[in-house]
Design a protein around this ligand. Structure first.
Ligand code: ATP
Ligand code: MG
Length: 551
């Protein structure tokens, strides 16, 4: 069901929103993206961001960024800042920046309202007893003895909870719904708990904090959210979402709609588990290029457009599925094929000496920065008597159909001359250290006369080459679904990073900007690292190989 070109494919959420607008159920679509600031955003969040901001933008609506900050012990300002940066980087602008903590006072008043209506009570059961009384999927729960506490007493206890008269965990405010409900979320869920923790925004003003389910629906309603989009695990919480809004005095009642989470193969999309990888030092940080975080993907060289494209391609449904990494990679490959400047880099150099080339001569050859895009301009590439080629591009004993350099054979140096290998020089261990070649001076930009030379290989001038460190990344985990493993750290791929300390790259790359993206011809797509490329040291991260190597 594709719509006009360039407009996003429809999905069940876009259909619901369009229908609501057509039926005049609302004037303006208002959505929100509500991360908890307890970690960096990952590719799963990108799906939610693209959906929430996308649906709003397509309908001339608004989307808020709301920090769901009701769990102060795990939250921090560092995460808040990282999240703001990542949402902006993805290309979205929020209408308003809000925090659940902005509503602490309102949330408290609504809780008082529920108590006054006899719909909430202060419970003194221990956590253990509460669990026991909750019952199970097959067994109804049991009512707490405190359930019949008078409204006056509940009001008094709740205000004293706020005033800090009780110890953490001594009391809980619970909704009075139905301990026999088939839906366990409706068995008198907790609304407030006592917790003496410093909050990154409200400091020590509060020693009671509202629970997620209670906070979320009211925050949505306060902001006039029309469609509250969340992942499928909240489907069973929707009755509670609606119950709270139906029972407090608030005009607005957002519609909660659930969609499937994104799962991506060979990686993990859970802030908690990603945090463990950082804490245990399995990766260099939240922005390690192997991480599926937006910061990691950015550092690896992914573009915001490629991630938006990915989110559009995977679609939005109600069915859980795991997406192959190849889908994400093909999005960035397609983008960089069009947008990345070309350059030459030799990752595992062998020196080639062109014996019949003048000793001190340098020719400044001209090369296009992009073969299909003249507008990207040209650059100069020096050619000299000594060049480096990649070890892979020479074979003493060539496999069948090998089109690169062999003993006595010819190959073209890309954008330059045809050379012929005359002599192989090895070290004591038999490793090839140098190739003595000759060149045909009549082959610059021309075919050689009287013979065919099929192979073309990349190279860099030895005296002009610039040293670079190149980091080749591979999948972070060895199993397709590490998130389902109890000990997911055991499934880490020990070879997920291969560092090449002494690559040789063409001199134009000395001027690359951190974050600059390139296609190293015949090698892959690379990005100049933004963190470690300091004081003239070049560090390139491999974003993606030229072709799909996952199969
Ligand atoms: P995590 O387990 O990684 O912390 P979360 O769902 O607890 O994930 P939140 O910060 O609460 O993270 O999420 C903010 C929003 O992003 C929520 O609306 C959530 O449903 C959505 N979201 C989180 N992970 C995914 C995912 N893998 N796919 C789609 N949406 C997601
Ligand atoms: Mg969460």
């Amino acid at each position: 069901m594709s719509t006009a070109e360039n407009s996003p494919a429809t999905n069940f959420i876009r259909q619901i929103v369009s229908k609501d607008l057509a039926e005049n159920k609302l004037n303006k679509v208002i959505t929100r993206f509500p991360p908890e600031p307890n970690g960096f955003l990952h590719i799963g969040h990108a799906k939610s961001i693209c959906l929430n901001f996308g649906v709003a933008a397509e309908n001339n609506g608004l989307c808020n960024l709301r920090f769901d900050d009701t769990n102060p012990e795990k939250e921090s300002i560092e995460y808040v800042q990282a999240i703001e940066k990542d949402v902006h980087w993805l290309g979205f602008e929020w209408a308003e920046l809000r925090h659940s903590s902005d509503y602490f006072e309102a949330l408290y008043s609504f809780a008082v309202q529920l108590i006054e209506k006899g719909l909430a009570y202060v419970d003194s059961l221990s956590a253990e007893k509460i669990r026991e009384y909750r019952g199970s999927l097959t067994q109804a729960g049991k009512e707490s003895p405190d359930r019949s506490r008078s409204i006056a007493e509940n009001l008094d206890l709740f205000s004293r909870m706020r005033a800090g008269e009780f110890a953490d965990g001594q009391y809980l405010l619970r909704a009075k719904i139905d301990m026999a409900s088939a839906n366990i979320n409706m068995r008198d869920p907790a609304l407030y708990r006592i917790r003496r923790v410093h909050h990154q925004r409200t400091g020590d003003n509060w020693c009671i904090y509202p629970m997620y389910d209670y906070t979320h629906c009211i925050s949505d309603a306060i902001e006039g959210i029309t469609h509250s989009l969340c992942t499928l695990e909240f489907e069973d919480h929707r009755p509670l979402y609606d119950w709270v809004l139906d029972n407090i005095d608030i005009a607005s009642h957002p519609q909660q709609i659930e969609f499937a989470r994104l799962e991506l193969e060979y990686t993990i999309v859970s802030k908690r588990k990603l945090n463990q990888l950082v804490v245990d030092g399995h990766v260099s940080g939240w922005d390690d290029p192997r991480m599926p975080t937006l910061a990691g993907l950015r550092r690896a060289g992914f573009t915001p457009a490629s991630i938006r494209d990915f989110c559009e391609r995977i679609g939005v449904t109600k069915k859980d599925s795991s997406i192959e990494m190849a889908v994400l990679e093909s999005c960035i490959r397609e983008d960089l094929n069009i947008t990345a400047a070309r350059a030459m880099a030799v990752l595992d150099p062998i020196k080639v000496v062109i014996e019949n080339y003048p000793d001190d001569q340098t020719e400044q050859l001209e090369a296009s920065n992009h073969p299909q895009n003249e507008a990207m301009g040209k650059r100069k590439i020096p050619f000299t008597k000594e060049v480096y080629i990649d070890r892979d591009d020479f074979a003493e004993v060539p496999p069948p159909k090998y089109k690169r350099l062999i003993a006595g054979g010819e190959v073209r140096l890309r954008g330059a001359y045809v050379i012929k290998c005359q002599q192989i020089i090895k070290d004591a261990e038999g490793k090839v250290v140098e190739l003595r070649c000759t060149y045909d001076e009549n082959t610059l930009g021309k075919k050689p006369e009287g013979r065919k030379v099929k192979g073309v290989i990349h190279w860099v001038s030895a005296p002009y080459a610039v040293d670079a460190e190149v980091r080749l990344y591979d999948r972070l985990f060895n199993v397709p679904n590490p998130g389902s493993e109890e000990n997911y750290c055991d499934a880490l791929n020990p070879d997920s990073l291969h560092v090449i300390k002494q690559a040789k790259v063409e001199p134009s790359l000395a001027d690359a900007e951190p974050g600059g993206r390139f296609q190293f011809e015949r090698v892959g797509y690379f990005c100049l690292d933004t963190e470690d490329s300091l004081d003239g040291k070049l560090v390139f991260n491999r974003t993606v190989t030229l072709r799909d190597t996952w199969v």
